[in-house]
Design a protein around this ligand. Structure first.
Ligand SMILES: *Cc1c(COP(=O)(O)O)cnc(C)c1O
Length: 428
C-alpha cells in the first residue's frame, strides 16, 4: 500500500535519510569510517567522476554517514538537497562560494553571530568579496544597499545574541525582486521552530554544533538548498548557469535541475575547499536530531519562564526575549517561529559591565562558555568574548552592548535554572 500522507516533524527527525544498513541490517546509521570506496570496474569509476551515476568515490566528497545526515536535514528544512560541512562557518563559505566572485558583495544583517560579522567584514575580503551591513528591520535600506554586484542577502532567523526575529517573508521579497537568493542562518531557530524555505529563503545554513547535535559534542555545519532558485534567469551566477571550467565544462543549471547547487557544492566546493564533515561528527548529529523536537519544546518552555522571571527582577534593566509580550518582535513570533521564540536571549543589568562580570562569576549551574544550543544552560558576556572583535558601534547594533549578558537556556528543571540566577543576582 502506498500513501501520500505527509510525515510529521518528529517522524522525519528520526527516520529521514536512513534505512537499515543494506550490508548488515544495522538499525542505527553506521559510522562509515572509510576514506575511499572500491569501484565495480573502470567504467563505473568513470561514470561516477562524470556525475552520470551517483555513488561514493572519496570521503572528502561524500560518505554514507554524512550523506544520511544531509538527507535528514534537507527533509527537515523542506529542501531539495544539503551539504554537510566541517563547521557552521565552513557552511557559510560553502553557501556563498558558488554565487560569488571577486568584486561581488552580499547584504548582511547587522544582527548576526559575532564570528559571522568578523568573517563577513574582514576575512572574505581576501577572496575579493565584501559585505554591506544593514538593519534588516529597514527594508528600504536593504533594497538601497543592493547593487549590480550583489549576489546574496544574508540574515539569521532568530538573531544571535539578542534573540530578535527577522521578518523573513519581507526580506525574501526584497531579495526576490532583485533576482538574488536569500540565505538564512537557521541555527538558533532550528527547523522545529522555523522552516525558512517556506518563508522564501533559497539557502539555509546551520551550525550543527548547536541545537541540531544539541549537547556540545560536535563542530559541524550544513547548507540546505531549496532547489527552487532559477540560477539561469540572469547572468549573475555563471558558475552554476554557464559551462564550468572547474568541472570539465559541465553546465550545472539547468542540467541538474533542483540539485544543481547541491551537486556543484559537492563536485567543486567540497572537492576544492575540502571543508568536509567527518563521519563520526555526522553520527553524533544524527543521534542529536532524533530528539530535536522534544528538546526544542523544553528549551522554549524554559526560556519563556526564565525570561518572564528575569523581566520582573529589580536588578534587571531589560530582557530581549521575543517570546515576551514586551518585545518589539513579539508580533513576529506567531508568523515566523510559531512554536516559540527559541531559547537564546540577552538581558541587561542596571549595574552595567561590572554587574555582568559579577553575575557570570557567581552562577553555578550555568556554564560560562562560548557556545549555545546545549542541553545545559550557558551564559556569556558577548561584548568581551564572542563579539569582542567588533567595534563598540557594531556591538550595540548587534545587540551585544557591554551591559548585557547572553544566555542559552538549557533543558534542566526550570526551577533550578531560576534558583541559580536568583542566587547569582543576589551577589550583584
Ligand atoms: C555558532 C554559530 C555559527 C558558527 O558555527 P560554528 O559551528 O561555530 O562554525 C554561525 N551562526 C550562528 C548563529 C552560530 O550560533
Amino acid at each position: 500500500m502506498t500513501t501520500d500522507r505527509k510525515q510529521g516533524f518528529d517522524t522525519i527527525a528520526i527516520h529521514a535519510g536512513t534505512a537499515p544498513d543494506p550490508a548488515t541490517g544495522a538499525r542505527q546509521v553506521p559510522i562509515y569510517q572509510t576514506t575511499a570506496y572500491v569501484f565495480r570496474d573502470a567504467d563505473h569509476a568513470a561514470k561516477l567522476f562524470n556525475l552520470q551515476e551517483v555513488g561514493y568515490i572519496y570521503s572528502r566528497l561524500t560518505n554514507p554517514t554524512v550523506s544520511a545526515l544531509a538527507a535528514r536535514v534537507a527533509a527537515l528544512e523542506g529542501g531539495a538537497g544539503a551539504i554537510c560541512c566541517s563547521s557552521g562557518h565552513a557552511a557559510q563559505i560553502m553557501a556563498l562560494f558558488p554565487l560569488m566572485g571577486p568584486g561581488r558583495n552580499i547584504i548582511a544583517s547587522t544582527r548576526l553571530y559575532g564570528g559571522t560579522v568578523t568573517q563577513f567584514s574582514q576575512t572574505i575580503k581576501r577572496f575579493g568579496w565584501s559585505a554591506k551591513f544593514v538593519d534588516f528591520d529597514d527594508l528600504a535600506a536593504i533594497e538601497a544597499a543592493i547593487d549590480a554586484d550583489t549576489r546574496a542577502v544574508f540574515c539569521e532567523t532568530i538573531a544571535n545574541p539578542g534573540g530578535y526575529i527577522t521578518d523573513l517573508d519581507a526580506v525574501a521579497k526584497v531579495a526576490d525582486k532583485a533576482g538574488i537568493p536569500l540565505i538564512v542562518d537557521n541555527t538558533t531557530a532550528t527547523p522545529y521552530l522555523c522552516r525558512p524555505i517556506e518563508h522564501g529563503a533559497t539557502l539555509v545554513v546551520h551550525s550543527a554544533t548547536k541545537y541540531l547535535t544539541g549537547n556540545g559534542t560536535v563542530t559541524g555545519g550544513v547548507v540546505v538548498d531549496s532547489g527552487t532558485f532559477d540560477w539561469s534567469a540572469s547572468d549573475k551566477f555563471p558558475s552554476l548557469s554557464q559551462p564550468e571550467p572547474a568541472y570539465h565544462g559541465l553546465t550545472f543549471h539547468p542540467t541538474l535541475g533542483g540539485m544543481a547547487f547541491t551537486f556543484h557544492s559537492i563536485a567543486i566546493g567540497l572537492r576544492d575547499l575540502g571543508m568536509t564533515m567527518n563521519p563520526q561528527g555526522a553520527h553524533y548529529t544524527l543521534m542529536g536530531i532524533e530528539t530535536l523536537g522534544l528538546r526544542m519544546q523544553r528549551h522554549v518552555e524554559n526560556a519563556g519562564k526564565v525570561a518572564e522571571w528575569l523581566e520582573k527582577h529589580p536588578k534587571v534593566a531589560a530582557v530581549t526575549y521575543a517570546g515576551l509580550p514586551s518585545s518589539p518582535y513579539a508580533d513576529r513570533v506567531p508568523r515566523i517561529t510559531p512554536k516559540g521564540a527559541g531559547a537564546l536571549f540577552t538581558f541587561a543589568l542596571k549595574g552595567g559591565y561590572d554587574a555582568c562580570v559579577k553575575l557570570i562569576d557567581s552562577l553555578k549551574l550555568f556554564s560560562h562558555v562560548a557556545n549555545l544550543g546545549d542541553t545545559r544552560s550557558l551564559v556569556i558576556h558577548s561584548a568581551s568574548t564572542t563579539h569582542r572583535q567588533l567595534t563598540p558601534d557594531q556591538q550595540i547594533k548587534a545587540g551585544a552592548a557591554p551591559d548585557v549578558v547572553r544566555v542559552s537556556i538549557g533543558i534542566e528543571d526550570v526551577a533550578d535554572i531560576i534558583a541559580d540566577l536568583e542566587q547569582a543576582l543576589a551577589q550583584v
